[in-house]
Design a protein around this ligand. Structure first.
Ligand code: GZL
Length: 307
């Protein structure tokens, strides 16, 4: 939409459509694939012209993509920051170009909140707390020490930082719970398997795995089975996301509990973008609705899941 109020992006498409530049993290997980699909399909149905880039989980690629969208004078920029820090310079460039920015999925640690119009995504600290609370409830009648290993998400990312914070906030209240090892698996199956193999070699007694996403949990399951142990029985597994393969492993009893993190942010993102381009007020923060799943709940939910 050329020259519309509320944005400097005079390079809108010739047919009056809003032009959105979207800088995606990458394609590292089932969650990310579902998120990309949601954004692309929602843009189509909302009549938004979408310019899309995949940064292969590299911040410099996301920054390059944002700069290119500024050059193209898009009407609005949206992105999921792969890590929390290092965004102020490029966000200032977008503001100087009068192009509004929407954060989706992950947050930035910029002190200057005027660098973006709104942040749409989950509360990752809450997700970590839900994971921790389930574990506390599971062991409420126990007295023995509970050895926990943690597969963290991408180092420096908001979900990794916050899921760790929320989980450890809850379990640290009870001295029986010990996080005996914690390392990044970068949200991928391959790395999750590799790190879990190392955890198993170094720690003879592991009671629980807390994985920051299903993909790492699924990789860890391969490592646990490779070590001759039974996932979900010898080692309880708590995961986050609730993508199809994670929910199937939960229904099969290999994962014990999953905290949902919805990737279906596309429709809300397009609504917010239209308002922002028109210069309308939007909330500073839009938290996505999500739930948790036990094994029984996964069996009931699987047939109707969209991803
Ligand atoms: C969370 C999202 C995370 C998912 C992972 O909103 O940023 O990144 O939990 C994905 O599966 O890789």
């Amino acid at each position: 939409m050329a020259g519309c109020s509320g944005s400097g992006g005079s390079g809108g498409s010739s047919d009056g459509k809003i032009v959105m530049g979207f800088a995606q993290v990458g394609a590292e997980s089932g969650w990310r694939t579902a998120n990309t699909k949601s954004v692309q399909e929602s843009a189509k149905s909302a009549g938004v012209e979408l310019k899309f880039s995949d940064a292969q989980q590299k911040q410099e690629n996301q920054i390059k993509a944002i700069r290119s969208y500024i050059q193209q004078k898009v009407d609005v920029i949206a992105f999921s920051p792969v890590v929390e820090s290092g965004w102020d310079t490029v966000l200032n460039e977008a503001r100087n170009a009068k192009i509004p920015v929407i954060l989706t999925d992950r947050a930035v640690d910029s002190q200057d909140k005027s660098l973006y119009k709104t942040f749409l995504g989950s509360d990752f600290v809450e997700e970590g707390k839900k994971a921790g609370q389930w574990l506390v409830d599971q062991y409420k009648d126990g007295t023995d020490q509970v050895n926990i290993v943690q597969l963290e998400g991408t180092t420096g990312s908001a979900p990794a930082n916050d899921r760790k914070e929320g989980f450890e906030q809850v379990v640290s209240a009870d001295p029986r719970f010990k996080v005996i090892a914690s390392q990044t698996g970068d949200f991928t199956r391959a790395k999750g398997k590799e790190v879990m193999e190392a955890f198993l070699k170094a720690n003879p007694k592991i009671d629980v795995l807390y994985a920051h996403n299903d993909d790492m949990a699924l990789g860890a399951i391969e490592a646990i089975e490779g070590a001759g142990k039974v996932p979900g029985k010898d080692i309880k597994i708590i995961s986050v996301d609730a993508v199809h393969d994670g929910m199937q492993a939960l229904a099969d009893g290999k994962i014990s509990f999953i905290v949902e993190c919805s990737p279906l942010l596309g429709p809300q993102l397009m609504d917010l973008a239209k308002k922002v381009v028109k210069g309308e007020q939007v909330p500073d923060r839009v938290v996505t609705e999500e739930t948790t799943f036990t094994q029984e709940q996964a069996k009931d939910a699987l047939p109707g899941r969209k991803y």
